[in-house]
Design a protein around this ligand. Structure first.
Ligand code: SIN
Length: 512
């Protein structure tokens, strides 16, 4: 006999995910009640806490939101929604000040203003940082303390999202979550997905490996519109010391003057781009990939630029290097590209509303249109803060549909061995350099895995990335096709699961 799931009614908003977007949404929902569901203990298992750079925001006198938005648009290779980018940049300074007010100890200049770092493709030094490379951890500490103190927020850890509950009209009415091992139906007024990215679908990633695109996959299975899933950002300088996930060597090191060299000690970036080490992130990732593939190796040499100052200026990178037997004061750091950020996601408007009534999304799992084909460095924590707050406010204002949830099927989970196989193949064929043959083969593997293990949310997320990468025959931003055709008119991808639900060769895409 089928066991009935425990059933709860929550008189407010359910937020899934406790990274910066999730907790910001929860805080902004006040006075509505919020239930936050998170698999890991607070401040663990989320990419936000691992961020090193900081928040990009036009805080300096020689900067402004228009300039920040223009850099964001330029980095995004033709696919950024310019209005959304301007909104993000305009709300950036207030978002940084709000985090500082919560207690995030941003580094300060001599005049008391925010100290700001230069990162690639920014025309100003505009990244507000914390203790060198500790932005993510310190900001999340402050936000976590605030969320725990907030009376309207209840947090359930050890809670894993399994499905979205929908009514007969497809409205999202809540979630099914495994809470302390028990599948539980929770009916709520609104659901905010802040489930992070898809780094765990790749063998080399800088994000927590448990992030396998569950939110994206489940939203797609519920019928939500998905945007730009083929665009995955590979950070050029993951530290290559055999760790999974790989620790990051922040881009701010190159902003400080660290250089990229191959095993022969030759600086190679000049061969790839006029801006050398400060070229856009996708260009640097491909250059490092090319040097490594050619057997020349790639290393980040910060001995002159940082040297003895490593322990106080970049304590996180320093500790990670020492843990791998590298002393970055005296040795160059071995680096390799690794999956770092998903530009694509669940399509939302400026207030986090998805195409499904009752469902909101914020942070990396959302597609607001601000990142286009290539996210500008340090725009991700900013996006989480700005759009997390907007989504929280909108979700709190959502009227209860009052209808009965009818649908909510829990999909299977991909077995660990199959996930490991998928991760390797994703890195190989849907990674820094892609081609039609590799992507088609990978899609066939995903198809076979679905047949063998059932359709899991992770396989759906992988299918979205791979099918849309196959369909986009040009190279653009983070999506590089070795067999790429000449770029055409810039066109975003908007798909539903049904559009990619066919073997390679029979894919059809709806224009939205
Ligand atoms: C970094 O510090 O290099 C990462 C910043 C980002 O991903 O935006």
């Amino acid at each position: 006999m089928k066991r009935l799931r425990p059933h709860q009614r929550h008189d407010g908003v359910v937020v899934v995910g406790a990274g910066l977007a999730g907790l910001t949404a929860a805080l902004a929902s006040s006075p509505a009640k919020v239930l936050v569901l998170t698999g890991a203990p607070l401040n663990q298992g989320c990419s936000s806490a691992w961020a090193q750079g900081g928040l990009a925001a036009a805080l300096a006198d020689d900067d402004g939101p228009e300039l920040h938005a223009a850099d964001t648009v330029a980095a995004g290779a033709g696919l950024v929604d310019a209005d959304m980018a301007l909104l993000l940049a305009s709300e950036g300074p207030a978002a940084v000040r709000a985090l500082a007010d919560l207690g995030a100890p941003f580094d300060r200049a001599a005049d008391g203003g925010f100290a700001q770092s230069l990162e690639a493709a920014h025309s100003r030094a505009r990244v507000a940082r914390v203790k060198g490379d500790q932005a993510g951890r310190e900001i999340m500490n402050a936000v976590t303390v605030a969320a725990m103190a907030a009376r309207h927020i209840e947090v359930r850890t050890n809670a894993r999202l399994q499905a979205l509950l929908q009514d007969a009209e497809g409205r999202v009415r809540g979630v099914i979550a495994e809470i302390a091992g028990e599948p539980t139906e929770i009916v709520a007024r609104a659901v905010v997905l802040a489930t992070g990215g898809i780094g765990g679908l790749y063998a080399e990633t800088t994000t927590p490996a448990e992030l396998v695109g569950d939110g994206l996959g489940l939203a797609a299975m519920a019928g939500a519109l998905i945007g730009d899933p083929e665009f995955v950002q590979f950070h050029p300088t993951a530290i290559d010391i055999g760790r999974d996930p790989a620790p990051l060597a922040t881009e701010a090191l190159r902003g400080e003057g660290a250089v990229l060299v191959n095993a022969a000690g030759e600086r190679f970036m000049g061969r790839y781009h006029e801006k050398a080490e400060l070229a856009p992130r996708d260009v640097v990732a491909r250059a490092i990939h090319a040097e490594r593939t050619a057997g020349r190796g790639a290393f980040l040499d910060a001995r002159e630029a940082v040297g003895a100052h490593f322990p106080e200026e970049f304590p996180g990178v320093f500790a990670a290097c020492l843990g791998g037997g590298i002393d970055p004061r005296t040795q160059a750091i071995p680096v390799a590209p690794a999956c770092h950020y998903h530009m694509g996601g669940i399509v939302t408007d400026a207030d986090g509303r998805t195409s499904l009534e009752g469902l909101f999304a914020a942070g990396e799992c959302a597609s607001t249109g601000v990142h286009g084909a290539n996210r500008l460095a340090s725009n991700s924590l900013l996006e989480a803060a700005v759009f997390g707050a907007r989504a929280g406010r909108a979700a709190a204002a959502q009227a209860d549909a009052g209808s009965h949830p009818q649908r909510g099927t829990v999909p299977p989970t991909l077995p660990p061995e199959a996930l490991q196989q998928l991760r390797k193949l994703m890195s190989q064929h849907a990674g820094v350099v892609r081609d039609a043959q590799g992507l088609a083969n990978l899609l066939a593997v995903i198809q076979a895995m679905e047949a063998a293990h059932g359709r899991s949310a992770a396989l759906v997320a992988a299918r979205l990335v791979v099918a849309c990468a196959l369909a986009r025959t040009e190279s653009r931003g983070g999506h590089f096709r070795a067999d790429g055709e000449a770029g055409s008119e810039p066109r975003r991808t908007f798909v539903r699961l049904a559009d990619v639900d066919a073997p390679a060769g029979a894919l059809r895409f709806a224009a939205e």
